[in-house]
Design a binder for this molecule. Structure first.
Ligand code: OAD
Length: 362
């Protein structure tokens, strides 16, 4: 819902420059009431979680050397049905609890406490937005998350503690549905290529017409329909890209580009907003966001993304060697990422996952 007592005529959406100072001034003005965010994996790399497509450290580049038919197969529903082991190996590494939210996640909580945050659309499945303290009702997990899980056949929800135990056990156990005569595979409610996006995503898109500011952080904007949200805001709505490299088409008069690490840019922006101390305090609190008994976060996050991706790749390599036979039953070794483009729409008529090397569709 747009905030009451507000018309764009009374408060034109005009930026007085294209630097962080101008952005901060706009954010503090009456014109800026409803801030929308679009997040991608780059927001969590400083927590030690690899992104997907960065050359060298990205998950897909590293999975390419394994015996998967194509790197994205780990998140492909057809492949999962035939061989769930690679996904569960990865899930063990990425399972929520081990990672601390980043300063960028804490920045989102400040947007909320300053009554600016309307909706945080995220592609990330790591649940770090929630862990940082962003209220659940402000988050749209467009590609799902590890928060819930169900049988892929009969859709019966599966117990959270049981899946956690299965995923984190020393020997990977593949959880199976407990319904009589089903025994289907259980999968966290992460959207795979070949599945529709959550209803909440589709229902929330219309709210973007109330946006006074869109901030896009840490995403390559290659996977649709998520990437197309950038075009759903009003024509005069300022759009800001904070990313390591230039992506998408941010070339309208009110667009701004800040190329760099999102934590660095966000810190600078907080300085301009006068929120520097608040950001420090909010991030400090996330130290204690780990649940009792969970591992401590890695101390040197900048270096750990390489270590993390190496560990993930090694673990997957091991399980794939063990499961060579199962691989043979899987999709043809000739399959490529581009095959996913043909997956098309799901039975509900929603857009469904498909991906080519340059452009993806979910
Ligand atoms: P990508 O890996 O495609 O893109 C991450 C982007 O973040 C790249 O443009 C990086 O340059 C940038 N980046 C990395 N570290 C950064 C940092 N510290 N600061 C700023 N930018 C940084 O990840 P996504 O766009 O999130 O879907 O990928 C979209 C979807 O593709 C994912 O949700 C996943 C994947 O297939 C599913 O698994 C269903």
């Amino acid at each position: 819902m747009a905030k009451p007592g507000y018309t764009t005529d009374a408060h034109p959406r005009i930026l007085e420059g294209n630097d962080l100072k101008a952005l901060a001034k706009y954010m503090k003005s009456d014109s800026c009431r409803n801030v929308f965010l679009m997040l991608g994996a780059g927001v969590s790399t400083s927590a030690g979680i690899p992104d997907f497509r960065s050359p060298g450290t990205g998950l897909y580049a590293n999975l390419a050397r394994l015996k998967l038919p194509f790197p994205e197969a780990v998140f492909e529903i057809g492949f999962f049905k035939k061989n769930p082991i690679p996904f569960y190996t990865l899930a063990k590494e990425l399972y929520p609890g081990r990672f601390r939210p980043t300063p960028t996640h804490s920045f989102i909580t400040l947007l909320h406490s300053h009554s600016l945050l309307h909706t945080c659309f995220t592609q990330n499945i790591d649940t770090l937005e929630r862990r940082a303290g962003v209220p659940a009702q402000k988050i749209v997990e467009a590609h799902g998350s590890f928060a819930t899980q169900r049988c892929i056949e009969c859709k019966t929800p599966f117990d959270a503690e049981k899946i956690k135990k299965a995923v984190l056990s020393d020997e990977i156990e593949i959880p199976r549905c407990e319904q009589k005569r089903c025994r289907g595979l259980v999968k966290p409610d992460i959207v795979f290529f070949g599945e529709g996006l959550p209803d909440q995503f589709h229902q929330s898109i219309r709210n973007l017409r109330d946006a006074d500011l869109l901030i896009v952080l840490g995403t390559s904007l290659t996977v649709h329909p998520f990437a197309s949200l950038v075009d759903r805001v009003p024509k005069d709505c300022p759009r800001v890209l904070i990313n390591l490299d230039e992506v998408g088409h941010f070339n309208k008069p009110n667009d701004m580009l800040f190329l760099g690490k999102c934590d660095d840019v966000v810190r600078e922006l907080c300085k301009e907003l006068g929120w520097e101390e608040e950001l420090g305090a909010a991030w400090e609190k996330t130290k204690y966001s780990l649940e009792a008994g969970e591992e401590e976060p890695e101390p040197e996050p900048e270096e750990t993304v390489e270590d993390e991706v190496e560990k993930i790749t090694k673990d997957l390599e091991q399980t794939l060697n063990v499961s060579d036979k199962k691989d043979e039953e899987g999709p043809s070794a000739k399959s490529k990422a581009s095959d996913l483009v043909e997956l098309g729409s799901d039975e509900e008529g929603k857009t469904s996952p498909a991906e080519s090397p340059t452009e993806g569709k979910l």
